[in-house]
Design a protein around this ligand. Structure first.
Ligand SMILES: NC(=O)c1ccc[n+]([C@@H]2O[C@H](COP(=O)([O-])OP(=O)(O)OC[C@H]3O[C@@H](n4cnc5c(N)ncnc54)[C@H](O)[C@@H]3O)[C@@H](O)[C@H]2O)c1
Length: 310
């Protein structure tokens, strides 16, 4: 199988910066981060992430310097693509912009370059619709912050070739990520479907007065949430026994939320302007100190649990 040596990241927002950092972790990969305009200190966000990792002893200075030395920033689209083996777009979540981007870069790239999209929810098949060679288009859905969350969902669109899937999986393994194959191009891929099923139930529990938001989170964090990093959910079912699993599911499934509409409570909060951390009030009320502590706790936890994956 051919080896990917040059990666180009298109779009230097929140995800683009993180992705450039992830790919530059491979000592044999050169990364170009392409933005529509030049910036002052273009690698500032990456440097900040690397400083945090070093302060927590999750990375040495030599490793951080190596990562920075392998990323080049440019606003020149054609030059950023000429040698690329793998191009990943992280531009705004807009179907037409993503479709046109792949259509426009195709003549500027090598004929076997892979085109990956980091779309959160949109159809990869539809994004590929204006690309001539659709076998080279694949979904590569990272999670934020991409340099700390290992999961990447590699999504097979209708015409994605097996070679494109395998090369993408292999590249992500080299970058110390945990790629998983999503065999069908469905909304939400795998992990967002799981997350939204739980979200729907969590909101229904609150709306029906069964528990308040803080209690729902407590039940998840100190209960099943502790098992999931070790067992997942289906291995856990195998552990308890499928006969018991069937009895439980047969009894409970009729009582679970099955609405196909967004939650009434969620709509009401948004209409009131209660948007969560950004307004200081969402399902719960948040002081600036609590917001800072929550964000820091998450990063510190992720750094700790992913140290061994580096
Ligand atoms: N933020 C997340 O948590 C997250 C997680 C997974 C996937 N994603 C996906 O990653 C992609 C980027 O998200 P982000 O959070 O980095 O957004 P962002 O707003 O931080 O960055 C978007 C980038 O797109 C560029 N851009 C805007 N309009 C453009 C255009 N017309 N042509 C080319 N470039 C344009 C902007 O200059 C910016 O660099 C989206 O598809 C998003 O759905 C985001």
């Amino acid at each position: 199988m051919r080896e990917i040596k040059n990666v180009t990241v298109l779009g230097s927002g929140l995800m683009g910066n993180g992705l450039a950092q992830v790919f530059a972790q491979c000592e044999d990969i050169q990364v170009i981060l392409r933005s529509r305009s030049m910036k002052d200190d273009p690698l500032g966000p990456v440097r900040k992430n690397l400083e945090l990792l070093q302060s927590k002893d999750a990375m040495t200075k030599e490793e951080a310097d190596g990562i920075l030395s392998r990323i080049r920033f440019t606003d020149d689209l054609a030059a950023s693509l000429a040698d690329a083996d793998f191009v990943i777009e992280c531009v705004v979540e807009n179907m037409e912009i993503k479709q046109n981007l792949f259509r426009d870069i195709e003549p500027l790239c090598k004929p076997d370059a892979i085109f990956a999209t980091n779309t959160s929810v949109m159809s990869i098949t539809e994004i590929a619709s204006k690309t001539k060679d659709k076998s080279r288009v694949v979904g590569a859905h990272f999670w934020n912050p991409p340099y700390l969350i290992p999961l990447v969902e590699v999504v097979k669109a209708e015409e994605t070739s097996e070679e494109t899937m395998e090369l993408t999986m292999e590249l992500l393994r080299r970058a110390k990520k945990r790629p998983v194959r999503c065999q069908k191009d469905v909304p939400g891929f795998i992990a967002n479907r799981l997350q939204h099923a739980i979200w729907r139930e969590a909101l229904s529990i609150v709306e029906n007065g069964i528990a308040d938001p803080a209690t729902v989170d407590e039940a998840l964090r100190y209960g099943p949430g502790l098992r999931w990093p070790i067992l997942g959910i289906l291995e856990n079912a195998d552990m308890i026994g499928l006969d018991l699993s069937l009895s439980i599911q047969s009894y409970i499934v009729k009582y679970l939320e099955d609405s196909h509409e967004p939650s009434k409570l969620l709509k009401e909060l948004v209409e009131k302007g209660d948007l969560g951390f950004k307004t200081g009030k969402g399902y719960q009320t948040w002081t600036p100190e609590q917001i800072e502590a929550s964000t820091r706790r998450l990063k510190e936890y992720l750094i700790e649990v992913t140290k061994d994956l580096k």
